[in-house]
Design a binder for this molecule. Structure first.
Ligand code: GDP
Length: 299
């Protein structure tokens, strides 16, 4: 995964600080320049990168004023803290992943068309099925012809019950009926797939809002193509402004994704990345642990 490459580059930059005989402005600037370059190359939003740079500098300069403080450690910690706050969002992602069995967890998926939502819904269901949950899938995508068939096909393959309609045109009605039916049947994980559009349009957001009102999800997951780069922040923000996005799943991390868009999306939604998709197959899906990722930066 390319996010790891970013991690390696940042570690290397930090080693400049660790290896320098004394830490002056020049060393700090050289180190920060490498970090900034690595983040920009990874498609992290320019504004966020600038903010990280300024904050680390401020903390390093403040360290000059304090006597006896280890400047190396302060800089190192500042970089890690800044990355953590970008990536970890302040939310404990484990709480969002460790669903409680035996109660109906309703999880709604949102995202642009082509992001990988429908595929990810089934991967997500299959992941929890392996853990002993009783998942079910609801197709509330009435916009894209074939969406229900695609979900049906995936669900059948993974032996997960599904609900949808070829005739009902109101996605909020389908979603509500599906959730109700599966709650009655004692499913403890009810996954609601919603429509995407190519662009962020008002109608998409209104529909999403209605589905959310009707199904009262416990968690809304924003599915984002991991390779979208600089556009990630705006896109993520637009979704977050409409519904209560609580977590992010990045797809296509097997392809050309540089991962930096992810950092920007997390910063925009203040929601952690919980899983990543690493291929088209149902088992190409893994947990992502933001704290572990940042922790590894320091080796
Ligand atoms: P939706 O429009 O958001 O529901 O997207 P789909 O689930 O239909 O996925 C769009 C395309 O992306 C399909 O061809 C999927 O097979 C593919 N896809 C989804 N997730 C991944 C992934 O993690 N890696 C790769 N390589 N392809 C993926």
């Amino acid at each position: 995964m390319v996010l790891n490459e970013l991690g390696q580059k940042i570690s290397q930059a930090l080693s400049m600080i660790q290896n320098a005989e004394s830490i002056d402005e020049k060393v700090l600037d050289a180190c920060l320049k490498e970090i900034v370059t690595a983040l920009l190359q990874a498609d992290v939003n320019v504004r966020l990168v600038g903010k990280l740079r300024d904050n680390v500098k401020t903390r390093a300069n403040n360290a000059d004023k304090g006597a006896g403080l280890n400047k190396r450690k302060i800089i190192e910690k500042a970089v890690v803290d800044e990355l953590s706050s970008m990536l970890s969002s302040g939310v404990d992602e484990k709480k969002l992943v460790d669903l409680k069995k035996g109660q109906p967890n309703v999880i709604m998926f949102v995202g642009l068309q082509g992001a990988g939502k429908t595929t990810t819904c089934t991967k997500y269901g299959a992941y929890y099925k392996k853990k002993g949950f009783k998942p079910a899938l609801v197709c509330a995508d009435t916009f894209r012809a074939g969406a229900f068939d695609q979900l049906k096909q995936n669900a059948t393959k993974m032996q997960i019950p599904f609900y949808g309609s070829y005739t009902e045109t109101d996605p909020a009605v389908i979603a509500a009926k599906g959730v109700e039916e599966f709650k009655k049947a004692n499913h403890d994980l009810i996954i609601v797939d919603t429509s995407g559009r190519h662009k962020q349009e008002d109608s998409l957001f209104e529909e999403m809002r209605q589905v959310s009102v009707m199904t009262k999800p416990d968690l809304i997951i924003f599915v984002m193509d991991g390779s979208i780069g600089q556009a990630a922040e705006d896109q993520a923000k637009a979704f977050k402004d409409t519904v209560e996005v609580g977590a992010v799943i990045l797809t296509k991390m097997d392809g050309h994704a540089k991962g930096g868009g992810a950092l920007s999306a997390v910063a925009a939604t203040k929601s952690p990345i919980v899983f990543i998709g690493t291929g088209e197959h149902m088992d190409e899906f893994e947990r992502f642990e933001p704290n572990a990722f940042v922790g590894r930066l320091l080796g």
